[in-house]
Design a protein around this ligand. Structure first.
Ligand SMILES: [Zn+2]
Length: 386
């Protein structure tokens, strides 16, 4: 059976195991931030998501813009047009590093990891900072440093589909499904009903992804500084009354997208407020801090100066004001780390050679970076795009 499959099928598993052991060791020694990780466990054959990462061999987006060629699997018709990546590859601004094939909710996906050379896009208001307060009632309240407040309503993707989903699930449960104990195979009608249910899940996920990208792209294209809160999303998900809504809103994903879009697309700043920064309890007018402000109180009324405004508006204004405090320093509260690009096995040799030579030239010019050089470096910044 070894020869029947691509060698990458086995290599992916070994590479993942290696990463897992590495994370475990680093977590144990305190090198890795975040929750303590245990020793790697075996994946379940039944539950694990099927995925395989191809790093060598013929990986290609075909010129017709409708097919992809993968090692061992050959040329496959893609459902979506591949024009976006294809034009970049043909223009020489993208280099494909690897491709990951995965099975999700009944569909197969091929995600390309590519190194893309793109110009830093200018933002429309580089001097304005925006504070973003994420919430369940309205997805985001954005206040900029000029005092303008905008509210993005929560689209309720999942709740909107709940009725459809309930119906689809009921149909599935009435059909003869697979049974592991008796070895019963699912019936054709079960498979059909299950596919219909998968479709609903897909639709919710796609609508959510689209809305989040539109929101973060618009924000990062406008402002020079973006201030967000460092929310404890994992902790908030433990609240069983709010978990569904919080997971649906995608707070963590908004943070991640804002992070890479500010750094890599526009070379702007993102400031992440400390987790314990009292953005809701502070008065945006006079700076007085309340000791307590329960979640059900939706309007903020200041005891010191008598200011009354919406709770979320107040929090967003406080976050925007935080940008001013961080302007002079190097960004104490800031998260200036560039987003790390995970390189697949042995795929980065070519790039490293060119990078080193470029750095050597800059070094010979006398150490300090000149303005025009800085610009070049920013333009050469690359990033991975699926
Ligand atoms: Zn006040």
């Amino acid at each position: 059976w070894w020869e029947e499959n691509s060698k990458e099928a086995y290599n992916t598993g070994l590479a993942n195991a290696s990463v897992a052991f590495d994370n475990y060791a680093k977590s144990k020694s305190g090198e890795r931030r975040g929750k303590r990780l245990g020793a790697p466990r075996f994946k379940s054959k039944r539950k694990a998501r099927l995925a395989c990462r191809f790093t060598t061999g013929t990986i290609r987006v075909d010129v017709d813009g409708r097919h992809v060629t993968l090692p061992r699997l050959g040329t496959i018709r893609s459902h979506e047009p591949t024009a976006g990546l294809l034009t970049r590859v043909q223009a020489g601004t993208a280099r494909i590093l690897s491709v990951t094939v995965r099975h999700e909710r009944g569909r197969w996906f091929a995600s390309f990891q590519a190194e893309v050379k793109r110009d830093v896009e200018r933002v429309t208001r580089p001097d304005v900072a925006v504070g973003i307060d994420l919430g369940v009632k309205s997805l985001a309240v954005m206040a900029d440093s000029t005092g303008e407040i905008r509210t993005v309503p929560n689209p309720w993707h999942y709740d909107g589909a709940l009725k459809l989903l309930r119906r689809a699930c009921r149909t599935v449960s009435r059909r003869q499904g697979p049974d592991r104990r008796t070895g019963r195979k699912p019936s054709k009608r079960w498979e059909k009903a299950n596919a219909a249910r998968n479709k609903v899940h897909h639709r919710v996920a796609n609508i959510r992804q689209d809305a989040l990208h539109k929101l973060t792209t618009a924000v990062t294209a406008e402002y020079g500084t973006v201030v967000v809160e460092d929310l404890n999303v994992a902790g908030m998900l433990r609240n069983r009354r709010l978990a569904r809504q919080i997971a649906d809103a995608g707070f963590g994903e908004i943070r991640r997208q804002l992070g890479y879009k500010t750094h890599q697309r526009h070379a702007t700043r993102i400031i992440v407020a400390d987790r314990w920064y009292p953005s809701s309890k502070t008065c945006s007018g006079c700076g007085a801090v309340k000791a307590k402000l329960p979640l059900h109180i939706r309007t903020y009324a200041c005891d010191a100066c008598g200011l009354v405004l919406d709770r979320d508006d107040n929090a967003a204004l406080n976050l925007a004001a935080l940008a001013r405090a961080c302007t002079t320093g190097t960004g104490v509260a800031g998260d200036q780390d560039a987003v790390k690009v995970s390189k697949p096995r042995g795929a980065d040799q070519k790039t490293r050679a060119t990078r080193r030579s470029r750095k050597a030239t800059a070094g010979r010019a006398g150490g300090a970076t000149l303005p025009h050089q800085r610009q070049t470096q920013a333009r050469d910044r690359t990033h991975a795009e699926a």
